[in-house]
Design a protein around this ligand. Structure first.
Ligand SMILES: C[S@@+](CC[C@H](N)C(=O)[O-])C[C@H]1O[C@@H](n2cnc3c(N)ncnc32)[C@H](O)[C@@H]1O
Length: 294
């Protein structure tokens, strides 16, 4: 019993903010948050952006196709939708691939049709590790964005103490920025409140559906990826990504992150999970909780 409790504490303490603060100096010497050989990004920011735009555009077209009241949409949303449809139509003409013109798909199918794989949460293959994330269809090539780490983004001076108690979902970026990916309790309420605050007219600035059982961005399950162990090597790595100012406003509704406050104007921090090798159908994703690249 005591041993089980100690084991639980050992795996959770690195996400308990007061513990991090107290041990940061010592940990810098002993834990390699960024191993020397991993200082460079695995893939470029341009590649991350390209993947996100590709999947978000496909989701946008699919979601709007589902709406019966298209003609009641605001003109600016309608024109953006038509613009994207035109691009998609042109693309399907050149590639001969026209999967989205007639059918409406669920988000997992859109992911598969667009990036060639689907992922989902399920019981982990590790005993007593709870839920994990699996590739359920297709395969993910090496060096591809396979998931996103959702949550509220806190600068290191912002208040997160109460949210952090008993919360194993707090992710620490290299510069001390914290992302709270817990989909329950105070964390959930804070995310929802920030999301409502930031809405601009008809446009949502972030995705809140990762807090519910029905997600609109199927990549937003990265907080459930488990830590590697001695017989399960890491097959994905965390990579930080700052959303550029020119990111299309109508696609921000698929970004599963939101800033806690707008005290200083800074780009939105996202964290994506990038594959370290090809991952096949049925495999579980494993990261190394202490390896992040920025
Ligand atoms: C960010 S959560 C990951 C999702 C978690 N499996 C769940 O079901 O909520 C981190 C927690 O998952 C569990 N965990 C992660 N990796 C593990 C591992 N290799 N062995 C045992 N438990 C693990 C630990 O309880 C840890 O505090």
């Amino acid at each position: 019993m005591l041993r089980a409790l100690l084991r639980r504490w050992a795996s959770y303490r690195y996400r308990f903010v007061p513990w991090i603060a107290l041990h940061l100096r010592r940990k810098r010497r002993t834990i390699r948050y960024v191993p020397e050989k991993c200082k460079d990004k695995i893939i470029s920011d341009e590649d991350v952006l390209e993947t996100l735009l590709k999947i978000f555009k496909a989701l946008f077209i699919n979601d709007f196709g589902r709406q019966m009241d298209f003609f009641t949409l605001l003109p600016e949303v309608k024109s953006k939708y038509l613009e994207l449809l035109a691009i998609e139509f042109k693309r399907s003409k050149t590639t001969g691939y026209n999967h989205q013109s007639q059918n409406i798909f669920n988000p997992e199918e859109v992911l598969f049709n667009t990036l060639g794989f689907s992922i989902t949460r399920d019981r982990s293959s590790l005993i007593s590790a709870g839920t994990g994330v699996f590739v359920t269809k297709g395969f993910v090539p090496k060096g591809a964005v396979v998931s996103m780490y959702p949550g509220t983004v806190y600068q290191k001076y912002e208040p997160i103490f109460f949210q952090s108690i008993g919360n194993p979902f707090i992710f620490r970026c290299i510069d001390g920025v914290l992302i709270d990916g817990n989909d329950k309790g105070i964390s959930k309420a804070v995310y929802r409140s920030c999301s409502t605050r930031d809405q601009v007219g008809p446009f949502q600035m972030s995705d809140i559906t990762w807090l519910t059982p029905v997600v609109q961005n199927p990549l937003a399950v990265g907080q459930y990826v488990n830590n590697c162990s001695h017989n399960k090597a890491a097959n994905v790595c965390y990579q930080e990504f700052d959303v550029p100012e020119y990111f299309p406003i109508e696609l921000k509704q698929y970004l599963p992150n939101i800033t806690y406050s707008h005290d200083i104007p800074i780009p939105l921090r996202c964290v994506v999970l990038v594959t370290l090798r090809e991952i096949k159908q049925g495999e579980e994703l494993f990261s190394n909780y202490y390896t992040i690249v920025n």
